[in-house]
Design a protein around this ligand. Structure first.
Ligand SMILES: Cc1ncc(C[n+]2csc(CCOP(=O)(O)OP(=O)(O)O)c2C)c(N)n1
Ligand code: SF4
Length: 279
């Protein structure tokens, strides 16, 4: 096992779902390394929020970004070096409020990056403001009388944005989440994993998730209709069961290959000359 520990003191609240995600990532990274991915080719791009401290707790190459811009930062890194395997960690506030346009465009472009959204359904680091996925009625710092808005369904959004890999995991199902992460990294193209992550301090729904989640194996992965049926089983308010697993996967050309194939073929001598001049 590769030692991925760092010297950083962990400041997550005891019992936080982020611990399960960290453990799943460690297992996934170890599996990728044992199957031939060089450790130095695995890059963490993290955002801002409780979730993003994960970069501090993993002894891997990493870059701190913020407010959903982690997604475009990751796209830039991937474009510069397509050999890299990039894991982007961000919260629901960053992905679906502050940086929602970046998420949609990365999915639309099929950029070969892996977005892992820690969904605790509120802004946790800033002590509990509502986000686009907070249930109607959620009481918090910004909604003392309860949120009056219906939540959006982020997986439905990803399907509409043409994401080529859509999955949902749960922070308490570590082995299952590890498998999702490995499969997402091995998928060529954009991947989106939503991880249900209880915030024990501001929105403790561990019991709710334990009762609601179930693992599914979708036999028609490239069917948009099937994916939509699974995705709509839960409405983010309360009703319905919560399916976990890969809910949609359909291969198509990825952004980095499309964007660079002409460049590499036609412009390589020019680029090399330019580099020589400037070095
Ligand atoms: C420029 C700037 N604006 C606002 C903030 C405050 N801020 C810190 S983290 C955060 C959002 C965190 O929420 P989320 O993305 O859901 O992650 P979580 O903390 O729940 O893991 C915000 C708004 C900041 N640090 N910097
Ligand atoms: S505030 Fe919530 S999300 Fe942040 S570390 Fe504590 S339990 Fe986890």
């Amino acid at each position: 096992m590769e030692n991925l520990e760092t010297k950083c003191i962990n400041t997550w609240c005891p019992g936080c779902g982020n611990f399960g995600i960290l453990q799943a990532v460690k297992l996934a990274v170890n599996e990728l390394i044992s199957k031939g991915t060089p450790k130095e080719n695995i890059v963490i791009v993290s955002d801002i929020g409780c979730n993003s401290k994960i970069a501090d707790y993993l002894n891997l190459n990493s870059f701190y970004s913020l407010h959903g811009r982690s997604i475009v930062t990751a796209m830039g890194i991937k474009l510069a070096n397509p050999e890299l395997k990039i894991l982007v960690f961000l919260g629901d506030g960053a992905a679906l409020d502050e940086g929602i346009s970046h998420l949609i465009h990365a999915a639309k472009r099929n950029s070969d990056i892996n977005v892992i959204m820690h969904n605790n359904r509120l802004f946790a680091l800033t002590t509990g403001q509502f986000t686009a996925v907070s249930p109607k009625g959620l009481k918090g710092k910004s909604t003392p009388e309860g949120s009056i808005e219906e939540p959006i369904n982020p997986l439905e959004l990803m399907l509409a944005a043409n994401s080529s890999f859509i999955a949902r995991g749960y922070s308490a199902k570590i082995e299952h989440l590890k498998d999702l992460i490995v499969k997402a990294v091995n998928h060529k193209g954009f991947s989106f994993i939503e991880v249900m992550q209880p915030c024990v301090t501001f929105f403790n729904n561990i019991q709710f998730y334990n009762e609601k989640v179930y693992e599914t194996v979708n036999e028609e992965l490239d069917s948009r209709e099937k994916a939509l049926t699974l995705i709509k089983e839960w409405n983010y308010n309360g009703e319905g069961k919560i399916p976990l697993g890969i809910l949609f996967k359909k291969d198509r050309a990825c952004f980095e290959e499309e964007a660079t194939k002409h460049l590499v073929k036609d412009k390589k001598p020019e680029i090399e000359k330019c580099l020589q001049t400037h070095l």
